[in-house]
Design a protein around this ligand. Structure first.
Ligand code: PLP
Length: 436
């Protein structure tokens, strides 16, 4: 596959944009380096690059594009918003509509506030939890990524893990001391941490279903135990549902059937992003009324945003959720994901390549190893070189995956059986080449 234009553009980008990319996870550093693919156009499940090559996309822009690229309903909503003026700096009725949609789907959110990214949403939940509890420390789980604000870059997953930056430079040691990291799915470690630092712990923060060291389910009782331990300690529970909300069903993890008793796994604060903006920049956080009333202008915790709640992002978000309200959309994404994962597993097995797949409805992660993946340590202990080889073989056969062994594959409402057939054909050829 000729990608010479991408190579040229990368050289040019390197002259002007630091590292040639506007987010480190887009670089190919973790898969052997070289030029990332410069995409020119996207529609449905497909991408076309600057050299005219076509790809089936499973990146979905790291999650937000759950309805496929350029979905007509979302495009129409953005167009209408643009025609009506894109930024007001005043409240709008649209914001109320999206807030109500979120509240109906996620009952633990009595009050909502919109921001511009998942990072901002998470960062603010921490501030609010600290304001409410008048404590300063946060407990997080190793490998969970919660955006790039100072505090929670400590032991973060996906991007930072892939790049081998466990703690970012520029984060003062004093800040890192405010965060305690324990292994995911390990209540004993959480209990021990709370016994040691409990009086200072403002909140326990978690991706309730992990999306940042692969897709990893909480073990039975884990979220329930986490909530109980945190609440008994006087700490709040913050769910980072930036990836998971509206990913597996129309709602969030806290209302996802199949998990523990919902009452017992209800967080105090939830951070959202990605899907709820339909592909435009957005974040949101919300939670119990008396906790959220810490936020300015009602309370002493300050948070603001020039672009927050802008009509374009809000309109795209409403349109995206409307598509997801359609009958059977999650079932169809799951059906395709089952076909794809069963085919991938069979193909890898045929060629003697160790592969563990964690699938949750229409999303899954592929780990080159023979052991199960239930925490970050296990996800680290997988063959990165083999992933890099698979990634490159698939790319050369027109399949676009995230360039990191920790990132998920996302099915969208635009994927079809024909996409799955083509992907399995590419995977069979890739595994065959890798085994040779
Ligand atoms: N939280 C989680 C779970 C995420 O996966 C991400 C991004 O991947 C974020 C927060 C940060 O969101 P954003 O990139 O919109 O700032």
């Amino acid at each position: 596959m000729n990608r010479s234009t991408s190579a040229q553009l990368y050289e040019e980008a390197l002259q002007h944009i630091v590292g040639g990319v506007n987010s480190p996870s887009r670089s190919f550093k973790a898969v052997g380096g070289g030029a990332p693919v410069f995409m020119k156009r996207a529609g449905g499940s497909r991408f076309w690059d600057e050299d005219g090559n076509e790809y089936i996309d499973y990146l979905a822009a790291y999650g937000p594009i759950i309805t496929g690229h350029a979905h007509p309903h979302i495009t129409a909503a953005i167009t209408e918003a643009a025609q009506n003026g894109i930024l007001y700096g005043t409240p709008t009725q649209l914001e109320i509509k999206l807030a109500k949609m979120l509240k109906e789907a996620i009952p633990s959110m009595d009050k909502v506030r919109f921001v511009n990214s998942g990072t901002e949403a998470v960062m603010t939940t921490i501030r609010v939890a600290r304001a409410y509890t008048k404590r300063s420390k946060i407990v997080k789980f190793a490998g969970c990524y919660h955006g790039h604000s100072d505090l929670i870059l400590v032991a973060a997953g996906s991007g930072p893990s892939t790049l081998g930056i466990p703690d970012s430079a520029g984060v003062p040691g004093s800040i890192a001391q405010e965060v305690i990291t324990v292994p995911f799915n390990d209540l004993d470690s959480l209990r021990a941490a709370l016994e040691k630092w409990g009086e200072d712990v403002a909140a326990v923060m978690v991706e309730p279903i992990v999306g940042n060291f692969g897709m990893v389910m909480p073990k039975a009782g884990f979220l329930e135990g986490l909530c109980k331990l945190a609440h008994d300690n006087g700490s709040l529970v913050i769910y980072d549902e930036v990836i998971t909300a509206f990913r597996f069903h129309y709602g969030s993890t806290q209302t996802y059937a199949g998990l523990d008793n919902h009452e017992d796994i209800t967080p105090d604060l939830t951070a959202l992003g990605k899907i709820i903006g339909g592909g435009l920049p957005i974040g949101a956080y919300g939670g119990r009324k008396h906790v959220m009333e810490q936020v300015a202008p009602l309370g002493p915790a300050y948070q603001a945003g020039t672009m927050a709640g802008n009509p374009a992002s809000i309109s795209a978000g409403i349109a995206c959720l409307e598509v997801l309200q359609g009958a059977g959309v999650y079932e169809e994404m799951e059906r395709l994901a089952i076909r794809l994962t069963e085919g991938l597993q069979a193909s890898a097995d045929r060629h003697g390549i160790p592969l563990t797949i964690n699938r949750i409805r229409g999303s899954f992660s592929t780990h080159f190893c023979a052991h199960p993946i239930t925490n970050y340590e296990e996800a680290q202990d997988t063959d990165g070189e083999m992933f890099a080889s698979f990634f490159r073989h698939m790319l050369d056969r027109g399949i676009n995956l995230a360039p990191s062994k920790y990132e998920a594959w996302f099915l969208t409402t635009a994927h079809t059986d024909a996409d799955i057939d083509a992907t399995l054909e590419a995977a069979e050829a890739s595994f065959q080449a890798m085994a040779a």
